[in-house]
Design a binder for this molecule. Structure first.
Ligand code: ADP
Length: 710
């Protein structure tokens, strides 16, 4: 009794494309369940599914129920959208009017659906018991629906509420020509009749169709394309899932053998494909795997991977094989790019002039480039058996390990060390070490540059510097000794010529006096030069110390002015001094301060033509004393100002002839001002005069020592 069933246990999802079905349901919940399956798995392509019902209430109910089940709209799954439409009312229930009415209505909807981007329309009709109707009415209604739908090349599913039928009507329905699925609640309805015996030929489901349908629906939204080929020439396709459309092909075209699979395979890969497959067949292997290129409908190349199984069909002319292909173009491109990048880095690695080593954090060497092996003198094999610690000069191993630890912590470190070569000699290198990922693990890349040459140069420079320094000191010592030795006889010459001048003034004739005066003047000039040289050499050898004392700046101004007044008078140059305030007291080396002032003022007088003026001023600026010597002399060009304070520098050689001097005065000024922790500078324009300024701390704080200046 239990197998009265053409009925409850059938799964609605097996309804194949192109079939028209009647579905008889007990209540709307069951109907909703089954329709959910139907819509989710039975629809084909991007169809618009229309459910028609004559009853507004049942339409709303069903609509809500289906919506609740989440099947209302899901365009991304490429299933369908569902639309509810009320069946138009027939004037006087005249069924004859129905076909043309439905036809017009559906045709319109079909066009609209396609216009809106759907593949077409699928029609479900819910047949209610309309007043005055019965099974006959409903079944003829079903026939009309199916015929009309067929005419439009669509599919339909008609549903009847089971409650409205009597048992005999239900049995009639089963016996009718329709493909019927009946969903019954066994408690309410039991069928005693074994219908399967009476109409065995009415098996609705053909098995192969069902498998294809299931496969088709599985593969529908998957990127994997399912195939069933024959091993005959050209590989005619027996079955292919619809999503072959991703390559621009239509499943029907392939299945009809209009296009063979061999037509799709890239011509360059076809031979390899054939021979691989042949080998598989010959060796009786069942699994076939290959990556190759295919051409899509537009001729674009796609890489695919094929996994298939060979099926030897007994007694058949050809074997079949079935499997899947997957578009791996992107993966292939990525692989290609990776290979390219790898090749690029490999070339850089091998071709680099720097020695490059790769080691694990524990020191085990992993790789070395050619330069790396050459630098150490090992073969690759010998090198790989080493640990980085054994390739470092013994004394520096601990320091090297500390650097590696730094790399592990910070990702990078640059340091110098000495590598130990195979012949046990050392080679100084500068290493740039970086933490990298190598085959999924941490590794340290050591890019080492041989710095032997640089080291040698550095050593040479240091030696040269030391030599030069010794030379400078020796020179300065020599100069200070020599100038001292020169000064003694020179003082005697000056002294005695002055004595002679004073004593023999009455007796000597004019000529003799003039000669004696010349001897005295030249001697004094020479003494000035010797003093300057002595001063400079003292400063250069670092033998100058400042004797700080508090003194009135006014005093120093008076000393310098009275010393240089005769010179100014002689040249008809006005000499002025101004102090603000007059009682300025500073803590400095008085002698050096006066020397600075004297050098600047004598230059100013020297380079100012007759009729000009020289003004000396001093004032406080913050905690410093600012002294300025301003003249209206010949001025100095910008270019010449650059080297003004360097020893022995004069603006041009003609100065020496025109104005005399050694080019040491300003250099001494700079040294003395520096020693006081001050600054000296000049503002000048050619022909418009110059202003030399210097400032020093009034409190005597001197950040510079004689040694540091040297
Ligand atoms: P010198 O013994 O030659 O005067 P200095 O070191 O004192 O040596 O000066 C260097 C040069 O700077 C001078 O030869 C001169 O060309 C230029 N100079 C210095 N002071 C002045 C100034 N007040 N006006 C113009 N030129 C000057």
């Amino acid at each position: 009794m239990d197998d009265q069933v053409r009925k409850t246990d059938k799964d609605v999802s097996v309804i194949s494309n192109g079939c028209h079905f009647c579905f008889v349901y007990k209540d709307t919940v069951e109907l909703a369940d089954l329709l959910q399956d139907y819509v989710m798995s039975g629809l084909y392509g991007n169809e618009l599914c229309v459910w028609m019902t004559p009853d507004v209430e049942s339409a709303t109910k069903a609509k809500d129920m289906l919506k609740e089940k989440g099947i209302y709209i899901d365009p991304y799954l490429r299933t369908s959208q569902l639309e509810f439409v009320l069946i138009p009312e027939l004037p006087e229930n005249d069924l004859k009017l129905l076909p043309s009415l439905l036809l017009d209505h559906w045709r319109l909807m079909q066009d609209q659906a396609i216009l809106n981007g759907f593949d077409g329309l699928r029609v479900n009709v819910d047949l209610q018991d309309v007043e005055g109707s019965g099974l006959e009415y409903l079944t003829s209604y079903t026939d009309i629906v199916e015929d009309t739908v067929r005419e439009l090349g669509m599919r339909s599913l008609c549903t009847f509420p089971l409650d409205i039928f009597s048992r005999s009507e239900v049995i009639d329905l089963i016996h009718s020509d329709h493909n019927v699925i009946i969903k019954v609640d066994e408690n309410d309805l039991s069928f005693k009749e074994d219908v399967s015996d009476s109409k065995p030929e009415r098996s609705v489901y053909r098995k192969p169709m069902r498998n294809d349908e299931v496969l088709s629906s599985i593969y529908h939204s998957s990127p994997t394309v399912a195939f069933l080929w024959k091993t005959e020439k050209g590989f005619p396709v027996e079955f292919v899932s619809d999503n072959v459309s991703q390559f621009g092909y239509d499943a029907a075209t392939l299945i009809s053998h209009e296009i063979l699979y061999a037509d799709i395979i890239h011509p360059d890969d076809l031979e390899g494909y054939y021979s691989d497959l042949l080998e598989c067949l010959n060796e009786n292997k069942r699994n076939f795997f290959r990556e190759y290129r295919i051409l899509d409908r537009n001729g674009n190349v796609h890489w695919v991977s094929e996994h298939s199984n060979l099926e030897v069909v007994e007694g058949s002319a050809s074997d079949r094989y079935y499997g899947i292909i997957l578009d791996i173009t992107e993966k292939k491109h990525a692989e290609y790019q990776l290979k390219e990048t790898e090749a690029k880095y490999r070339t850089l690695f091998e071709g680099s002039g720097d020695a490059i080593y790769l080691q694990k954090p524990d020191g085990t060497f992993l790789e070395a480039n050619k330069s790396g092996l050459e630098l150490l003198g090992y073969t690759n094999e010998e090198f790989l058996s080493l640990n980085s610690g054994s390739a470092i000069l013994f004394d520096l191993v601990e320091e090297f390990k500390a650097h590696l630890a730094e790399v592990l912590n910070n990702g990078h470190s640059i340091f110098e060390t000495v590598l130990l070569k195979k012949d046990e000699t050392g080679v100084p290198v500068e290493i740039s070490a970086t933490l990298i990922e190598y085959k999924g693990e941490n590794a340290i890349l050591l890019v080492s540059r041989n710095v032997t040459e640089r080291k040698n140069k550095e050593e040479n420079v240091l030696a040269a510097k030391a030599n030069a320094e010794t030379g400078i000191i020796a020179k300065s010592e020599f100069l200070s000794n020599m100038t001292h030795e020169l000064r003694t006889p020179l003082n005697a010459i000056i002294g005695f010529s002055d004595v002679l001048l004073e004593e023999s003034l009455a007796d000597a004739n004019e000529k003799h006096v003039k000669y004696l005066q010349n001897i005295s003047d030249s001697g004094k000039k020479l003494l000035g030069i010797i003093n300057d040289i002595l001063e400079i050499s003292r400063v250069e050898s670092g033998n100058v110390e400042l004797n700080y004392e508090h003194f009135l700046v006014l005093e120093s101004f008076d000393v310098v002015c009275s010393l240089l007044a005769p010179m100014a008078e002689k040249k008809y140059v006005d000499l002025h001094s101004e102090l603000d305030p007059r009682g300025i007291v500073i803590n400095a080396d008085k002698q050096k301060f006066e020397q600075i002032l004297q050098n600047l003022v004598s230059n100013a007088i020297k380079f100012t033509p007759a009729g000009g003026s020289v003004d000396i001023s001093a004032r406080f600026v913050e905690e410093r004393l600012l002294v300025q010597v301003k003249d209206t002399g010949i001025g100095i060009s910008e270019e010449d100002r650059q080297s003004l304070f360097k020893p022995f520098s004069q603006v041009d050689a003609s100065h020496r002839r025109g104005y005399g001097g050694t080019g040491l005065g300003l250099s001494i000024v700079k040294h003395f001002v520096d020693l006081h922790g001050g600054n000296v500078w000049v503002k000048s324009k050619p022909d418009l005069g110059s202003t030399f300024s210097f400032d020093i701390p009034i409190s005597g704080a001197s950040p510079c020592t004689a040694k540091s200046i040297t």
